[in-house]
Design a protein around this ligand. Structure first.
Ligand SMILES: [Zn+2]
Ligand SMILES: [Zn+2]
Length: 313
């Protein structure tokens, strides 16, 4: 199989919510959940509903780990179902194993320290009933977390070795972003894949702003794929970034030296309508029209994510 990103859900909190008639006037998008398939590795990033059904229907290999960008409901709405469904799967598989040892270790759920352990909003606090889960907090920001004990990334920065194994080699770093006080530990992830960590994938997570030091971080230059939250086109003060602000980030992060893909996800537009930028919540055609006005750095292809979208790298 080719290395690919699968978008199960490309939408935001107001994509298809019960009790929100305005949201129903526009094409519905499922909540955030994206998969990276690299060789035999499957990393799921966030678990918005209904990603579990979609993965089952797509006959996807089950995720090896779940990376959570921050503890907001639109990124967790399918977490229970994912864990319960996975548990049924390996209960079945275990019953067929004659040897004593399970080949299905607890499922790693990886996030920043606050995302996992925050007193009120942390996942461990809110999902104490999930068993067969390995809560795996990042020991620190801006440090590579290596998911194999052997390979070392070419860096003089701090490295940690995850208690979880991964094949092929995988390194992940979290950098803090500013999002919302209800989403402690919000972060972006830099993911390096391959024996020589030759592929770099960045996912921004939800954010309203980033410190200058983060924006100018050398590890964010020229990723192969950038998954960029783009909640709205122009609205402000929403705890989220918008397309206008994102164009500046794209111009900073891409030097025009190589081919790369920017996938805009967490598409809402709800607040653009709320704040009077558009008479109705902007539809897909309007989104595309606005995006097309921007001239990106050379080699940089910009895609608006669709539910079920598949992007190779
Ligand atoms: Zn969100
Ligand atoms: Zn959020």
């Amino acid at each position: 199989m080719e290395n690919q990103i699968r978008v199960w859900g490309s939408g935001a909190a107001f994509g298809r919510e019960l009790g929100n008639p305005e949201a129903l006037k526009r094409p519905q998008r499922d909540q955030t959940a994206l998969s990276i398939f690299f060789k035999d590795l499957h990393i799921l990033i966030d678990a918005g509903a209904p990603c579990t059904e979609k993965m089952i229907n797509a006959k996807a290999t089950p995720p090896d780990l779940l990376l959570i960008t921050h503890p907001h409901n639109d990124h967790l709405s399918d977490l229970d179902k994912l864990i319960f469904s996975r548990k049924r799967g390996y209960n079945y598989a275990q019953s067929r194993l004659k040897q004593g040892k399970s080949q299905y270790p607890p499922f790693p759920i990886v996030g920043t320290e606050e995302c996992i352990h925050h007193e009120k909003y942390g996942l461990k606090k809110r999902y104490p009933y999930l068993d067969s889960v390995a809560w795996t907090p990042f020991p620190a920001y801006d440090a590579w977390y290596l998911f194999t004990g052997k390979e070392s990334i070419a860096t003089n920065q701090t490295e940690f070795v995850s208690p979880l194994d991964s094949k092929p080699p995988l390194a992940i770093k979290a950098l803090p972003v500013s999002h919302s006080s209800h989403g402690p530990g919000s972060c972006l992830y830099i993911i390096k894949l391959g024996t020589d960590h030759e592929y770099t994938i960045v996912i921004s997570g939800d954010f309203e702003s980033m410190d200058k030091a983060i924006i100018n971080h050398p590890d964010l230059k020229d990723p192969d794929v950038l998954l960029l939250e783009t909640n709205t086109l122009y609205s402000t003060g929403t705890h989220h970034t918008n397309w206008e602000k994102n164009t500046a980030l794209i111009n900073t992060w891409f030097t025009g030296q190589k081919t790369s893909t920017v996938i805009l996800y967490h598409i809402s537009g709800y607040e653009d309508w709320e704040q009077g930028y558009f008479d109705i919540i902007p539809d897909d055609i309007t989104w595309q029209r606005e995006i097309n006005k921007f001239n990106p750095p050379s080699g940089c292809n910009i895609e608006i994510a669709t539910d079920g979208g598949c992007y190779t790298f």
